[in-house]
Design a protein around this ligand. Structure first.
Ligand SMILES: *[C@@H]1O[C@H](CO)[C@@H](O)[C@H](O)[C@H]1NC(C)=O
Length: 391
């Protein structure tokens, strides 16, 4: 056999390996129903170019290292105590000023959930559906009750004393909630929340990102009728949600497209929505501050790869079929490295401030930003700590 023939055979075998993925290494090998949908990316010229040249987020203080695994939402109660946060093993913890204590939990089967030694934010993924995974947290300022969006157990609430939360909604219009993500409550007790997908669960959020699935919804729970209704449907990965300071509208994050949308609750436009801002990256949660501005947490900046594969789903699916580990596919998606970004927007959608850690040195990826007393409390499902940034 000549050298050329050997090379040809090796090349052929490699092509077959890539084409057939015999060892099921591809990201979508175990997802026979996987469909790649187009993501209508905004024109590149509309994407904000603003940068934090000084990487100010790197100045954040790392707090509670290894005491909180994967804290997503961070809240303070109406008396200003806390923070409270939901962690990877399904508990909602309360910082009493001296130590973290168990506050509440969402699963009635908590007794089946044992702590794992030397846990990381990923240690509990297999049991999330049993132990719960609280993502969005909000206090009702009047009653002191805590509303919880649990990725697997739906919408719940718990009294100021904590303990086992009460289930409020596990389905909407007869369809079970599959990936509840974030929640907010207005001054009358109406609850607004998001369901990121009715197909993919949280543990498969990467497949959800890659698919561009548009089964996500924004919902409302009415405390008087105990009914849940769908306000907005066919959203691609809806994520964070936050009422405006005066509760005349709420904003929610469209994860795949990277947008902030405004939904009117009062006035002439009541019940309609509009685009508020095109974001510089992929958003997670959004929180309003005392001034009525919105802090948006971004997992990463927009990558060219995510932009073009978003627009061309057939190409995206062909790349996903290759025997490349999911982790690497995800790295392509986020631009090759971890990069924490947070952005502040006015209620009119003007970008007011951007803070970054472009090397992911301290703040690797951000899930939520909560402003309190001149400090930003930064949580992430990927981090084993909370970062605190002084404004
Ligand atoms: C808790 O356990 C019961 C009995 O095994 C089961 O029917 C129920 O679905 C479980 N709930 C959760 C949230 O895992």
């Amino acid at each position: 056999m000549t050298l050329t023939q050997s090379i040809a055979i090796i090349f052929l075998l490699f092509a077959l390996y890539c084409g057939l993925d015999p060892f099921k290494h591809s990201t979508i090998a175990n997802f026979p129903e996987f469909e790649a949908k187009k993501v209508d990316m905004p024109d590149w010229s509309e994407v904000p170019k603003d940068k934090d040249e000084h990487n100010l987020l790197q100045k954040s203080e790392i707090r509670f290292l290894n005491q909180v695994q994967g804290p997503e939402s961070i809240v303070f109660d109406p008396l200003g105590r806390g923070p409270y946060t939901g962690v990877a093993d399904g508990r909602i913890l309360f910082w009493n000023g001296l130590s973290w204590v168990d506050f509440a939990y969402t699963s009635p089967n908590r007794s089946l959930c044992n702590p794992i030694a030397n846990a990381t934010p990923f240690s509990y993924v297999k049991t999330e559906h049993i132990c719960g995974r609280p993502l969005g947290l909000r206090f009702d300022k009047k009653t002191g009750e805590l509303y919880i969006a649990d990725a697997y157990l739906g919408l719940l609430k718990v009294g100021p004393e904590g303990g086992l939360a009460t289930s409020l909604a596990t389905e909407a219009e007869g369809v079970p909630l599959r990936f509840t993500n974030d929640v907010d409550v207005d001054s009358e007790g109406n609850v607004y929340f998001t369901e990121s997908s009715s197909i993919y669960q949280r543990r498969n959020f990467m497949q959800l990102v890659f698919s561009g699935d548009d089964s996500g919804k924004v919902l409302k729970y009415n405390p008087a009728t105990k009914e849940t209704t769908v306000l907005v449907r066919n959203v691609q990965f809806p994520n964070g949600i936050s009422l405006s300071k005066d509760c005349s509208f709420f904003v929610f994050c469209e994860g795949s497209i990277g947008r902030l949308r405004k939904y009117w609750l009062k006035g002439e436009k009541d019940g309609t929505s509009e685009i508020l801002a095109i974001l510089p990256g992929a958003p997670d949660n959004v929180r309003v501050n005392e001034d009525g501005d919105f802090w948006v947490a971004l997992h990463c900046r927009r990558s060219m790869f995510a932009y073009y594969t978003g627009l061309y789903p057939k190409i995206r699916k062909s790349i996903l079929k290759l025997p490349i580990p999911t982790k690497n596919q995800y790295l392509f998606q986020i631009g090759g490295k971890l990069h924490g970004v947070i952005v502040k927007y006015s209620p009119e959608g003007k970008l007011l401030q951007i803070l970054e850690d472009s090397e992911g040195k301290v703040v690797r990826a951000v899930s939520e930003v909560e402003e309190k007393d001149g400090q930003l409390w930064i949580g992430s499902v990927l981090m084993p700590f909370i970062a605190v940034y002084k404004l």
